[in-house]
Design a binder for this molecule. Structure first.
Ligand code: IMP
Ligand code: MG
Length: 172
């Protein structure tokens, strides 16, 4: 494995993101919706820096059937808070093809939030297959499979404090 974004660069990136969100929303209340499970670490770090009136909830999306190849995308919004009339910010780990965020945005729009925006830590360059783009993106990365800071390979490596590229030899 090769470190792509080290721990201190990740921390500084998340601090920048928090400052941008605060300056855009303050003093309006905000509902943060973390896309599980990949946003787990970003969500925890980000919300503690948001000096705003926030509510926090989660929505589950899973598309990988154990590996690096996509399976069917399943979204579970049963435990999501009420968002009608609220300003919503979706938080996810990475924008790759964009299908996950696109589908989640469509799903939650039906619940009539006052606004919906999205924030991701990473955007993979040249991969998007959808019309939307994340409103906030901290780092752009090349088209490689990455793990750490919430991102997994078969649910492993989520706990790494940095972002690393998984190389062919790591793919068991
Ligand atoms: P998208 O729907 O193609 O944009 O993919 C988004 C989801 O796929 C993310 O929320 C991640 O969970 C997962 N994903 C995409 N690329 C990677 C990667 O390089 N490593 C780990 N997970 C990834
Ligand atoms: Mg994900």
């Amino acid at each position: 494995m090769r470190v792509l974004i080290d721990e201190s660069a990740v921390r500084q990136g998340v601090e920048r993101l928090a400052r941008e969100i605060i300056s855009d929303y303050e003093p309006r209340p905000l509902t943060i919706l973390g896309v599980m499970t990949g946003s787990l670490v970003l969500l925890a770090d980000l919300i503690r820096q948001l000096d705003l009136q926030i509510r926090v909830g989660v929505i589950q999306a899973s598309s990988y059937r154990g590996g690096t190849v996509r399976g069917e995308l399943v979204i579970d919004d049963r435990w999501m808070p009420e968002i009608e009339g609220h300003e919503v910010l979706l938080v996810d780990d990475i924008f790759d093809t964009g299908h996950t965020l696109d589908k989640i945005v469509k799903r939650i729009r039906v619940r009539q939030p006052k606004s919906i925006r999205s924030a991701v830590l990473l955007t993979k360059l040249g991969r998007s297959e959808v019309q939307i783009k994340p409103d906030y993106s901290v780092f752009e990365i090349p088209d490689e499979f990455v793990v750490g800071y919430g991102l997994d390979y078969q649910d492993e490596y989520r706990h790494l404090p940095h972002i690393a590229v998984l190389e062919a030899a790591d793919l068991a």
